[in-house]
Ligand binder design. Sequence first.
Ligand code: ATP
Ligand code: MG
Ligand code: MG
Ligand code: MG
Length: 562
Amino acid sequence: MRQSQLFLPTLREVPADADVKSHQMLLRAGFIRQNAAGIYSFLPLGKKVLHKIENIVREEMNRAGSQEMMMPALQLADLWQESGRWYSYGPELMRLKDRHERDFALGATHEEVITSIIRDEVKSYKKLPLNLYQIQTKFRDEKRPRFGLLRGREFIMKDAYSFHDKQESLDETYEIMKDAYSAIFSRCGLNFRAVLADSGSIGGKDNHEFMVLSEIGEDLIAYSTDSDFAANIEMAPVLLQESASSENPKEIEKVDTKDAKTIEELSAFLNTPASKIIKSLLYLADGQPVLVLVRGDHEVNEIKLKNVLSAEEVSLASEEDAVKWLNTKPGSIGPVSVVKDVKIIADQAIPLMVNSVCGANEEGYHYINVNAENDFDIHQTEDLRFVVEGDRSPDGKGTIVFAKGIEVGHVFKLGKVYSEPMKASYLDENGKNQIMTMGCYGIGVSRTLAAVAEENNDEKGLIWPLALSPFDIHLIAVNSKNAEQLSLSEELYEKLKNEGYDCLYDDRNERAGVKFTDSDLIGVPIRVMVGKKAGEGIVEVKIRKNGELLEVPVSELSEVLK
Ligand code: ATP
Ligand code: MG
Ligand code: MG
Ligand code: MG
């Protein structure tokens, strides 16, 4: 592609309303443009990267035995009424009416549509299992669309659905999908963890989120340094009721404390003394509610607080000092844990935690647990989870560390959550009518693009991994007014194309500085520059990632590029 003809509107300035790197860079480098809050256009380069991600997804899904199809984004409300989600989904579901006043939804996911297709078409166990996917635009009227493509209101998702006669068959497919997801995110060059998670509004049990480790992640995850153990911590803002104790744990009230940023504000908001809030193991970080974790069981002689993200640790003599310390860090500290030798100061929270974690009085037994069923005796309202920081992972291997994560994928065992109300049944070997068992598997394709951009950039611009780069090579005629340079550039452009490279060729009449700045911004991993030594048949090859520069005779270029 000749850059002189490419639609690539780059920006020199950092756009004012873009607050994370990926969003800034994708705008500046001319990959995307915003049309409305959370709604974007992909310009040609953005579309190329999207395409590459989609192809990786396709290859791995096909390899895993899933079949591609395509369902409508515009969906009859009737189906959503059948599943019940018309009533439970809330304002995130985009709803509209047609000219006949019939209700429709814009697909936020496609469980209803696929289930209705399968129940009509599949009647026998002989046709099961089935695994189907699509790559398609989804709509969710997010309360806070933000971070560019990371949280859009219109975005691209790969969603897959599997149908089974037996639980074992679902279990098998689930593992295959997890492996496919790992392959996909590895090929995208992402540092990710598959974390145990909670089911949210889709329902069902057993699910994993694929989290890219990232400073700007909206989720907090805990994972083991030495094993596969990893879990999502949706730290719910909780305040235990006054009278709760280890003998008499009470339901926890869930409180939305989003606007409170300091212990004092929180204290005012909850109408609870500050010291009690510490006792209740609640703290805010980045406006996110976070549990202050308490560990240990007996006399207080010291309170140790630790910022689990930065590992900053302090020892304090009293609860008051702990409150003071927390308040020196409003809004920025990250999760805090009280790690050592604390008497059960929180008559509300700790007993419940201790109760919740099996055998918690045993030395060293205060471990992470999020996906609780096995280890928790739950006295909590439905979706509240607790975490207790421990020295080692629950599986005994490695230490637990915390990180922020971007959810790029999610695999669920749905069971019969949809098939039951929607009556998706089949005849088994004995001719008996049975309800199908289902799984569902999502990947945020456009979010993955942004996650890759977020994790691969420097102050000059984007740095694409080769597998996702919009072009394989960026060829630059350094001074296109120079006849020698221009003719060698043209020659190399043809040659590289013939060798099968997708080559972006900067043939513009621009100053060298402008070309290099744009090239750094766009982030193609390999740059070939035809400059002053063109006459001697020498070009320069520059590696975007580390700035490494080589002089290469034209005759050796093909070899070097391999
Ligand atoms: P989140 O917790 O970030 O709101 P979710 O759990 O609601 O995501 P799922 O229903 O699991 O999302 O959808 C599957 C995948 O779709 C997610 O793992 C994520 O990668 C992607 N996704 C969800 N919401 C958005 C969004 N608003 N913008 C971009 N991608 C999204
Ligand atoms: Mg969501
Ligand atoms: Mg989620
Ligand atoms: Mg999810």
